[in-house]
Design a protein around this ligand. Structure first.
Ligand code: FAD
Length: 442
């Protein structure tokens, strides 16, 4: 950053940031450290975006489970710089998969011992066959799963779970996003897992450990960052981006000039707000697909029925794809209560079917995840839309074309939904740092 500082010494660069989620806040904070005071416009009344926490009657609800998985040592330093070094507690993941009425530990690839014998046999045999055949995949997620894990794991977990999450056929998804997110065990580990011999002490997967605030929800992280951003304007939706004039227009009619614009709002929304944009690029926007997540949060009397932090629910007859028990990793409810977080996925822009909340409650009781519906004191629904980007075969090209177009107009895309990708809170923090560096160097 020191070099960058020299470059812009003597000039007051006008930087505007659309959105005060983690990526926008981080960009503003890193810019401030380089001597550039950006103006951040956020449409909501509160900063944090998808990492907000809603507090109701003493209960804290995140917008679905938000657990901080850190892989870079610099991220810990960043937390300390923010004065949050001791505010977070480290937890070892306790995650499960609900299958055939039983909960087996995640990842299923190394935990089939507790499953019914037929499922265990399917998974083991399929894995061995795939391992022996060493088939090439064709680039689709479906064929990637079959070639790495075999037909049993595909049929019992990967296909139904991902079909439910992405509302898309696994063969219509690419496997670009799997990277660090899907653990790939060796044959010996899978065999050990089928015999119940896989060592509990061995950490597997990017989310084997996580940090979470000791008290209250994940909103602590963006709120702390927001306090360090001097020119943050809440309740200030950007409604238009005038590329030629280099101005953003706010909902109150104010036009704000920029030399560089950092956009963290969803990419389709940016394309809709920007002008002029060539028609063929607007056409590309139609390739950008996503799902929205509806999060039913429950305030419940008594103790949680399960000790897992979260449970994946691949089976089709269950209306949700995941259920979380946030009180198992944080202090989020008054004494004598706990919270349950239920996630339902639908194509972006749509609503879940009528009666979905009732269907979720019934299924929770039936599967032993909730003692009784009468124990629910109240519920709260949060919507995250877009939530998961759909990696279809057109996505990469479409995103590259849109990014290059905006780059020429000094508009930088930053964060999970502006870059139209799959990424974590840690990534959002570093996306913000990286874009700040680019902007200042430019
Ligand atoms: C269901 C789900 C679960 C997740 N769980 C985890 C997890 O456990 N761990 C983890 O690390 N990550 C998790 N993530 C990912 C994490 O939420 C994101 O990586 C991170 O929040 C992205 O931050 P962002 O700033 O890029 O986007 P956002 O948080 O969406 O911020 C963008 C901001 O822009 C604002 N905005 C939009 N349009 C406008 C406009 N026109 N004018 C002004 N402001 C505007 C929005 O209000 C928002 O505040 C999860 C995501 C989802 C969807």
């Amino acid at each position: 950053m020191a070099f960058a500082l020299e470059l812009c010494a003597g000039e007051a660069m006008k930087v505007v940031i659309v959105g005060a989620g983690l990526s926008g806040l981080s960009a503003a904070w890193h810019l401030a450290q380089a001597g550039v005071e950006a103006q951040v416009f956020e449409k909501e009344a509160e900063a944090g975006g998808a990492c907000r926490t809603v507090v109701r009657d003493g209960f804290a609800f995140d917008f679905t489970g938000h657990l901080l998985h850190l892989r870079l040592p610099e991220s810990r330093t960043l937390l300390q710089q923010l004065g949050l070094g001791h505010a977070f507690r480290r937890h070892k993941r306790r995650a499960g998969i609900l299958l055939a009425g039983r909960v087996t530990p995640y990842p299923i690839q190394i935990h089939t011992a507790r499953l019914p014998r037929e499922i265990r046999r399917d998974c083991l045999l399929g894995f061995i066959q795939a391992w022996a055949q060493k088939r090439e995949d064709d680039g689709s997620f479906g064929s990637w799963v079959l070639s790495r894990f075999g037909e049993g794991f595909a049929r019992h977990f990967f296909f139904p779970y991902n079909r439910k999450l992405f509302c898309t056929d696994p063969f219509a998804l690419t496997c670009e996003w799997v990277g660090r997110y899907v653990p790939r065990p060796e044959l010996a580990d899978v065999v050990d897992g089928a015999l119940g011999l896989f060592p509990k002490s061995r950490a597997v997967g990017y989310n084997a450990w996580f940090l979470y605030p000791r008290v209250g929800g994940i909103g602590l992280l963006p709120q702390t960052l927001a306090q360090r951003v001097p020119r943050l304007f809440l309740n200030s939706p950007v409604v238009a981006v005038r590329l030629k004039q280099r101005q953003v227009l706010l909902a109150n009619g104010q036009a704000v000039p920029f030399d560089a614009l950092i956009a963290t709002c969803p990419l389709p929304q940016l394309l809709a707000m920007a002008e002029p944009v060539p028609d063929e690029l607007r056409e590309k926007a139609k390739e950008l697909a996503a799902v929205g997540v509806w999060n039913l949060n429950l305030a419940v009397r008594g103790q949680a029925k399960r000790r897992e932090h979260w449970i994946y629910c691949p089976e089709e007859h269950l209306p949700f794809y995941r259920v979380g028990f946030p009180c198992n990793h944080g202090v989020l409810a008054p004494e004598g209560f706990h919270t349950v977080s239920v996630e339902v996925s639908v194509p972006s822009g749509q609503e879940p079917p009528p009666g979905w909340q009732e269907a979720c409650l019934d299924a929770l009781v039936r599967e032993g995840l909730l003692s009784s519906r009468s124990d629910v004191a109240f519920s709260h629904v949060a919507r995250v839309d877009p939530a998961y980007v759909i990696f279809n075969p057109r996505r990469t090209q479409a995103v590259a074309a849109v990014r290059d177009f905006f780059r020429k107009a000094n508009v930088f895309l930053c964060g999970r939904w502006a870059e139209w990708k799959y990424s974590t809170m840690e990534d959002a923090l570093w996306d913000g740092a990286a874009v700040a560096r680019k902007v200042v160097q430019r």
